[in-house]
Structures are given as structure tokens and as C-alpha cells.
Write a protein that binds this ligand. Structure first.
Ligand code: HEM
Length: 137
């Protein structure tokens, strides 16, 4: 039987295992390492806090996830295929390691945040386009 997601150590295992897969992925790996130049020693603890607050109700994450991805999208356009790989790897990681209600919530939240993020990125691009249009008039 697999474990439930209950403690900070569970969150760390989930996040570490997920980003190992992300780093090794031939599409996502270069986005994190070569485009965003992610400092993993900083990024992983931020993600522990993000998922601990999302899944365990622990305080500690302060940040703006949307903003980070708008900025990234300006460096390299993020595609729906990128988000599909992200979602697939996240679900795969949860299923490999955990089961139970919080594991199900983790998968549902990850998918809905990813979908919302992609939607907002597209919308943001569109409204940026409209603004530029107005300025040029
Ligand atoms: C194709 C999909 C995605 C890519 C390529 C991506 C990439 C990145 C990168 C490069 C950063 C900045 C890391 C740094 O410089 O330290 C970041 C931050 C972050 N990402 Fe993503 N991400 C993706 C999807 C998601 C999704 C779906 C979520 C949430 C479910 C998420 C949550 C976060 C959070 C919470 C941060 C930290 C923001 C902060 O600084 O507070 N990401 N991501």
C-alpha cells in the first residue's frame, strides 16, 4: 500500500521526485535550466512551501505564481504541449508515490492551476496586444 500525503516530508518527496522528472525531460528540462536558469536550491524550497500550503494548509508560501510564468513566457512562449507534459509528469509522480484523498486533491489542483495558468498566459498575451494597439494609434 502506498502512503498518504500527510507531512512536510511527503511534500518534499513529491516535489523532489517531480522536478527530477522535469529536469530530465527533453522539452521541460531546457526551459528550466537553459531559459529560466533556475537555481534549484532556491526553487525547490519555494515549491515545498507552495504545495504544503495548497495541500496541508500550512502557511509559508508568499509569492505570485502567475507573475513568474508571465515573465518566463516573455522569454520563451509556453505552449499547451509544455503544460500537457507538466501535468502528465505531476500526475505520474503522485500516482507512483501516494494514494488517498490528498493525493487526488494534489492531482486535481495541479491540473486546474495548470489550465488556469495557460488560459491566463494566452489572455495576457492578447491584452498586451490590445494595449500595444492602443498606444500605436
Ligand atoms: C509548462 C509548465 C511550467 C513551466 C515551464 C514552469 C516553469 C517555472 C519556472 C522557470 C519558474 C521560476 C523558478 C525560479 O526562477 O526560481 C517557476 C516558478 C513557479 N512555478 Fe512553475 N512552471 C510551469 C507550470 C507550473 C504550474 C502548473 C504550477 C502550479 C500548479 C507552477 C507553480 C510554480 C510556483 C508556485 C512557482 C514559484 C513562483 C514564486 O516565485 O513564488 N508552475 N515555474
Amino acid at each position: 500500500m502506498k502512503n498518504k500525503i500527510e507531512t512536510m516530508d511527503d511534500i518534499k518527496l513529491l516535489v523532489d521526485t517531480f522536478y527530477e522528472k522535469v529536469g530530465a525531460d527533453k522539452i521541460l528540462g531546457p526551459i528550466f535550466n537553459d531559459i529560466a536558469h533556475v537555481n534549484w536550491d532556491n526553487h525547490l524550497p519555494v515549491m515545498y512551501k507552495f504545495w504544503a500550503s495548497t495541500l496541508l494548509g500550512e502557511m509559508g508560501y508568499k509569492g505570485n505564481p502567475m507573475d513568474a510564468h508571465f515573465k518566463l513566457n516573455e522569454k520563451q512562449k509556453l505552449l499547451d504541449t509544455d503544460f500537457n507534459i507538466w501535468k502528465q509528469l505531476f500526475i505520474e509522480t503522485v500516482d507512483e508515490l501516494f494514494e488517498g484523498e490528498i493525493a487526488d486533491t494534489a492531482k486535481r489542483r495541479a491540473v486546474s492551476i495548470a489550465d488556469l495558468m495557460f488560459f491566463k498566459i494566452q489572455n495576457y498575451e492578447q491584452s498586451a496586444g490590445i494595449n500595444i494597439g492602443k498606444i500605436r494609434k
